[in-house]
Design a protein around this ligand. Structure first.
Ligand SMILES: Cc1cc2nc3c(=O)[nH]c(=O)nc-3n(C[C@H](O)[C@H](O)[C@H](O)COP(=O)(O)O)c2cc1C
Length: 317
């Protein structure tokens, strides 16, 4: 029988308040967003991918990606890279001291990333992937891996890969049920997520193509996974976390936007706030008919006052 969505789960001693997680999304999963989905019921929410190598520069951009404070209950960072030693240094660095979980990106399909031997190219370099996991584990932190099922349908490696993750010390795996050449399109190949789940005894989370409650249930039923990780739909409709986990919140899209605006103003500069809130609001408008002009008005906003009044016009009715 499929596991219940919304139940609490423990991963190597760490309590996730639900088994519905929020994926890392580059350019989207900033601190205010993670805090919001955590409040709405997400068991964890990851930073977007951060270059393990870039940590040594400790620049403003990386600092922004790693921003967190005591309000975030479970702090999860995702690292991208290809060199085990670099991962070990990053995992042990003071910058990551506050993070509870380190996730390793073994799924990014972008050409430059793959060419650099990072992201999903690690699916086909199992010895290196194993050394990276072992290197991160030497930090003493909980380590998870997020991967795809293979590079294409002729090169599906997920069974061997999942076993390697467990044997190398990973505490949990998230399987994006697409191959690299599918990028972000098409239905996930449920049977291979199930194969991963059946091959290991650490928790396996299922990701890919969940855009409704029905698809969340379908993912659980077809894969037997311990939980799910939402990605694009979690950004489009964060209230899905509350619906899937049964946590009453009383929020509307407008209340979420005003909360996010205030919170991001508290943490980041105006340039960042404008860009983030515009992205969030336009995702929220995806299924609203006839919003072309309103979207144009949203994107024209040049300061916070204008942004507030356009948001009220679009969402407060
Ligand atoms: C704009 C965008 C940014 C993403 N950034 C990351 C990332 O930083 N790290 C990562 O592991 N996956 C990243 N992903 C992949 C998602 O986490 C997820 O695996 C993928 O979107 C499939 O789930 P979905 O079909 O439910 O969206 C990104 C996807 C998109 C569309």
């Amino acid at each position: 029988m499929a596991e219940r969505l919304g139940r609490e789960i423990r991963v190597s001693g760490i309590r996730f308040k639900s088994n519905v997680l929020m994926a890392p999304l580059a350019g989207y999963t900033c601190f205010p967003f993670r805090l919001m989905v955590e409040r709405l019921g997400a068991g964890s929410a990851y930073t977007e991918m951060v270059s393990a190598d870039a940590l040594k520069y400790n620049d403003r951009a990386t600092e922004k990606l790693l921003f967190t404070d005591e309000r975030e209950e479970l702090k999860c960072v995702q690292l991208l890279g290809s060199v085990p030693m670099v991962f070990e240094r990053a995992a042990k660095s003071a910058l990551l001291e506050r993070f509870d979980i380190i996730d390793i990106n073994m799924g990014c399909p972008v050409p430059n990333v793959v060419k650099a031997g990072e992201g999903c190219s690690l699916l086909e370099d199992i010895p290196r992937a194993s050394k990276i996991i072992e290197a991160c584990k030497r930090s003493g932190k909980t380590v998870s891996v997020k991967c795809r099922i293979g590079m294409n349908r002729q090169r599906i490696v997920i069974e061997e890969f999942a076993r390697m993750c467990e044997a190398s010390g990973a505490d949990m795996i998230t399987v994006h049920g697409r191959t690299r050449d599918m990028m972000y399109n098409g239905s996930p190949l449920f049977e291979y997520i199930k194969l991963a789940k059946d091959s290991v005894s650490i928790p396996v989370f299922a990701n890919g193509g969940i855009f409704s409650e029905e698809e969340a249930e379908e993912m659980m039923e077809k894969t037997g996974a311990d939980g799910i990780m939402l990605a694009r739909y979690g950004f489009e409709d964060p209230l899905i976390f509350s619906r899937l986990t049964g946590r009453e919140c009383g929020d509307t899209r407008y209340s979420l936007l005003t909360e996010q605006l205030a919170l991001s103003q508290e943490c980041f500069d105006e340039f960042f706030v404008l860009s983030y809130i515009k992205k969030l609001a336009s995702y929220f408008m995806r299924k609203m008919p006839g919003t072309k002009q309103l979207k144009a008005a949203l994107y024209k906003c040049g300061n916070i006052t204008e942004l507030k009044s356009v948001l009220a016009e679009i969402f407060s009715a």
